[in-house]
Ligand binder design. Structure first.
Ligand code: ASP
Ligand code: MG
Length: 403
C-alpha cells in the first residue's frame, strides 16, 4: 500500500463528464489499496476567465486581490470532484491550499512554497482513510493571506505534496507523455518511456509546456518518482527520473523550438575591458535574461557583441542600451525579432562525440543557415530565421530518430 499523489490539469477536469472520469481514476487507485492525494487545477479556461473578470472591474487590481480571486477556480473543481467521489460511496474530503498546510512567501501571483504542514492531510489519510483532494496552485503566506504560485503552478503543488514521502507522483494531462518533438507539428515524433530531470528541465524552459518548470526542479531536489500520463487514455506515460534508460541508438531525447527569442547586436563596440560587464549587468539589473552571447573578433579597434533575449523583453533592452549609449561606446544596435531557437537535448550527449556535428549536418542538408550556436553538457541550441523553424526541427528530428 502506497501513497500516490495524482495531479489533474484543467482540461482533465473541464466539465462534469471529465470530472467523473477523474473521480473514477482516483477511486480506482484508492480501491487498489493506496492512499491518494489528488491535486486539481481549475476547470478549463476558468483562470483566464477570472483574469478577464478582474480586468473589467479594475485593470490595475492589486496582486493580493488577484490571488484571492484566482484561487477560487481550484476550489470549484476540487469540491465538485469530491462530490463525484461521494456518489461512489468512498470517504473523501477536499481542502484548500491553506487547509492543506501549504505555506508560501508573500510574492503574490508567483509565490514560492516554503513549507508544508502535513498534519491535516496526514490525519485525513490515516485516521479517516479519506481520499484527499487539494487545490493546486495556491498556499497561504505568513500574514494568513491566500497566494498563488504562478500560471501552471498546480504541477508544483502536486510535486510539493509528493516530496513528503509519496511513492509516486502522477501528472495527468491531455497528452499521453513527453515526446521527442511536438507531435502536432513533427511527423515521426515518438513518446519517450523515460526522461531525466535535467533533460525535462531543459525542455520545459525551451517551451515544452507539459510541466511547470519549478515542479521539475522540486522533483529533482526531492527525488520524486514522477510520471506524466493522459487522463483520457489508459496507457503508460513518460517517467521522469534522475537516470533514464537510453533510447536505443538515439543520442538525444528531444528537439524543441522556442519562438520567444530575439537577437540584438551592439555593432562597433570599442574593444576594451569592461564593456561586456557593463552591458550585461545593466540588463541583469532590469531582470532581462540573456541567453546566447557571441562576441566577434575585434578589428579596427571595434567589435560586435550579439546576444539573445526573450522577444517580449527586446524593446526594454534596446531602450536601456540606447540610454547608456555614450558609456557603452557602440555605434548602433541591430535588432532581429524574426529568429527562433532550436535545440536538441540529451543526457547522453556527454558520452557521444559528434552530436552537435550531426545536428549541423541536418541543417546543412536542409540548406538552413545558422546565426548563433550555444552548447551545454546536455543541450545544443542554434539560432535560425523563424521561417526555417519547422523545417529545421523536422530535419533534425529525422536525422536523429530516422524517417
Ligand atoms: N489554474 C492555474 C492556471 O491556469 C494553475 C494550473 O492550472 O496549474 O495557470
Ligand atoms: Mg499545466
Amino acid at each position: 500500500m502506497g501513497l500516490i499523489v495524482q495531479k489533474f490539469g484543467g482540461t482533465s477536469v473541464a466539465n462534469a463528464e471529465r470530472l467523473r472520469n477523474v473521480a473514477q481514476i482516483i477511486a480506482d487507485t484508492y480501491r487498489q489499496g493506496n492512499r491518494v492525494v489528488a491535486v486539481l487545477s481549475a476547470q478549463g479556461d476558468t483562470t483566464d476567465d477570472l483574469i478577464e473578470k478582474a480586468r473589467e472591474i479594475n485593470p490595475n487590481a492589486s496582486r493580493r486581490e488577484m490571488d484571492m480571486l484566482l484561487s477560487t477556480g481550484e476550489q470549484i473543481s476540487c469540491a465538485l470532484c469530491a462530490m463525484a467521489i461521494e456518489t461512489m460511496g468512498l470517504p473523501v474530503v477536499s481542502l484548500t491550499g491553506w487547509q492543506a498546510g501549504i505555506q508560501t512567501n508573500s510574492s503574490y501571483s508567483s509565490a514560492r512554497i516554503k513549507k508544508i504542514n502535513v498534519e491535516r492531510v496526514q490525519s485525513e489519510l490515516d485516521r479517516s482513510h479519506s481520499i484527499v483532494i487539494v487545490t493546486g496552485f495556491q498556499g497561504i503566506n505568513k500574514y494568513g493571506d491566500v497566494t498563488t504560485l504562478g500560471r501552471g503552478g498546480s504541477d508544483t503543488s502536486a510535486v510539493a505534496h509528493a516530496a513528503l514521502k509519496a511513492d509516486l507522483c502522477q501528472i495527468y494531462t491531455d497528452v499521453d507523455g513527453i515526446y521527442t518533438a511536438d507531435p502536432r507539428h513533427v511527423t515521426g515524433a515518438r513518446k519517450l518511456e523515460e526522461i531525466t530531470f535535467d533533460e525535462m528541465l531543459e525542455l520545459a524552459s525551451l517551451g515544452a509546456q507539459v510541466l511547470h518548470n519549478r515542479s521539475v526542479e522540486l522533483a529533482k531536489k526531492y527525488q520524486v518518482n514522477l510520471e506524466v500520463l493522459s487522463s483520457f487514455e489508459k496507457k503508460p506515460g513518460t517517467k521522469v527520473k534522475e537516470v533514464a534508460k537510453q533510447m536505443e541508438k538515439t543520442q538525444i531525447s528531444g528537439v524543441a523550438k522556442d519562438k520567444n527569442v530575439a537577437r540584438l547586436a551592439l555593432v562597433g563596440v570599442e574593444d576594451k575591458p569592461g564593456i561586456a560587464y557593463k552591458v550585461f549587468s545593466l540588463l541583469g539589473q532590469q531582470n532581462i535574461n540573456v541567453d546566447i552571447i557571441l562576441q566577434s573578433i575585434g578589428r579596427n579597434e571595434t567589435q560586435d557583441i550579439s546576444f539573445t533575449v526573450r522577444r517580449s523583453d527586446v524593446d526594454q533592452a534596446v531602450a536601456l542600451l540606447e540610454e547608456h549609449k555614450a558609456s557603452l561606446a557602440f555605434d548602433h544596435i541591430d535588432v532581429d525579432k524574426s529568429v527562433v531557437k532550436v535545440s536538441i537535448v540529451g543526457a547522453g550527449m556527454v558520452d557521444n562525440a559528434g552530436v552537435a556535428a550531426k545536428m549541423f549536418g541536418a541543417l546543412y542538408d536542409a540548406d538552413i543557415n545558422i546565426h548563433m550556436i550555444s552548447t551545454s553538457e546536455i543541450k545544443v541550441s542554434v539560432l535560425l530565421d523563424e521561417v526555417d523553424a519547422n523545417h529545421a526541427v523536422q530535419a533534425i528530428h529525422d536525422k536523429f530518430f530516422g524517417e
